[in-house]
Ligand binder design. Structure first.
Ligand code: PMP
Length: 449
């Protein structure tokens, strides 16, 4: 019998043709590092609910969920209607408009730290703004971040976000790198030592549920300790809630844990599945963007901030439709439960096959660690006991590649982890667990483990 990869190549020929063409145009043939896949990625033509269909009409249950932006699944009727109506009225007014106000009011209503709002176009822009404002506000230059935490791709945050850890990312000036202080996650002692010895640290940024939305989980106690030490040392605390905002709870991770940062970066769900982001937070910090307030101050500190598509009406329309549903709190029990069933189902399969794999995670996320090399039953796996370098980037590539291709052959788009949406049904989840077991059996037949 042919191997998984041979069957994948035979089954996805139309996709391979497109990938070959793309390889001549895009570096790596892709438009986002995370969409790179071996031997080639699939090409999608349309989506609905929990499903997506390839260019050859093959159906998949989708666990990418628009990189986390689609809490309500694909094409939710309320969002489609809002965007369709807005399309008729205009996609860019080149002016202020009531929708941006309505959008911002829902955000300030839901997110505890949001006294003021500034819309941007992506999560990357939101964290970039957070750092600049923190520097202006404190008069200090440096940022403290945690290894394995991801905050976008700009110069100040990209170091040690992904493996290989400890190697300088090319193209970033040494002067910039020297302003980024990196600590291991969950180590309050290391943070305090940095703050004691370096009085030039303006802010601390982290993903509140942990690096890459919980791949390296954060201890709740650590969030509280960070709040205390940042208060003590006069350092701005930034929660990067680009993924967790509106997903963990209507008020994000900060709403769930009751720890309120000074600034919060938002994107993804914030914009209803369309492009958009925001920085929200303390009035006195966000007001450093205000021309009026700064004109009156002795020391002119205004942060310049234009942006052609800031708060564009199309994104605003989708966002308002999405956030009105988020506000009901109804999506969260469903997405959390379906993800928990998926994690438990995967772990039963893993233990039945006695693999050194584990599914873990919280809320609506599933993280999968494959080939970790230890004899720990998946049901007893505790990521808090594991070094971040093993949790993120420790997987053997051949296992990940074959798992991904096998899952696609079984009708599941599972990019190595999963986020659930309100569109995922119990039937989808059961079908996914069956597909996972089938893929593992194939991988065993192929001699991969
Ligand atoms: N922060 C976090 C926590 C993210 O997960 C991401 C994107 N995955 C970003 C920032 C960057 O957001 P964007 O891709 O919109 O620039």
């Amino acid at each position: 019998m042919s191997t998984i990869l041979e069957r994948y190549k035979a089954a996805f020929q139309k996709h391979e043709e497109l990938a070959k063409h793309a390889g001549q145009i895009f570096p790596d043939g892709v438009t986002h590092d995370g969409r790179h896949a071996d031997p080639f990625p699939i090409y999608i033509d349309r989506t609905k609910g929990s499903k997506k269909w390839g260019v050859d009409n093959r159906e998949f249950i989708d666990y990418w969920a628009g990189h986390g932006s689609l809490l309500l699944g694909h094409g939710h009727p309320a969002i489609v209607e809002a965007v369709r109506n807005q399309m008729e009225r205009g996609t860019h007014y080149g002016a202020c408009h009531p929708l941006e106000l309505e959008w911002a009011c829902i955000v300030t209503d839901l997110i505890p730290s949001a006294e003021r709002v500034r819309f941007v176009n992506s999560g990357t822009e939101a964290t970039m703004m957070a750092l600049r404002l923190s520097r202006t506000y404190t008069g200090k230059n440096k940022l403290l971040k945690f290894a394995g935490h991801f905050h976008g791709w700009h110069d100040f945050v990209v170091q040690d976000a992904q493996p290989p850890f400890g190697k300088p990312v090319p193209g970033i000036p040494g002067e910039v790198l020297n302003t980024t202080v990196i600590c291991p996650p969950n180590d309050i002692g290391a943070v305090e030592r940095c703050l004691q010895t370096d009085s030039d640290i303006a802010c601390i940024i982290l993903e509140p549920t942990g690096g890459s939305w919980g791949t390296i989980p954060t201890k709740v106690e650590f969030l509280r300790q960070l709040r205390e030490v940042t208060h003590h040392y006069g350092v701005v605390l930034i929660f990067d809630e680009v993924v967790t905002g509106f997903r963990v709870s209507p008020g994000g991770a900060q709403g769930h844990y009751g720890v309120t940062p000074d600034l919060t970066s938002l994107a993804k769900i914030l914009a209803g599945g369309l492009p958009g982001g925001a920085l929200v937070g303390k009035k006195e910090i966000l007001n450093l963007i205000s021309i009026k307030e700064q004109a009156d101050s002795e020391e002119y500190k205004k942060m310049p901030h234009p942006g052609t598509f800031n708060a564009n009406p199309l994104s605003a329309s989708a966002a308002i439709a999405m956030l009105k549903i988020v506000k009901t709190g109804e999506p969260h029990p469903h997405v959390n439960r379906t993800a928990a069933v998926l994690r438990d189902g995967f772990n039963e399969v893993i233990d039945r096959h006695e693999l050194d794999w584990a599914a873990y995670g919280e809320f609506s996320c599933l993280k999968l660690l494959v080939g970790h090399g230890e004899k720990v039953p998946a049901r007893d796996f505790n990521p808090h006991e594991w070094d971040y370098r093993r949790l993120k980037g420790g997987a053997k590539p051949e296992l990940s590649i074959n798992l991904r291709c096998g899952m696609l052959l079984n009708g599941i788009d599972f990019p190595g982890g999963a986020m659930t949406t309100t569109a995922h049904t119990d039937e989808d989840i059961q079908q996914t667990i069956v597909a996972f077991e089938q893929t593992i059996e194939w991988m065993k037949e192929d001699g991969l483990m």
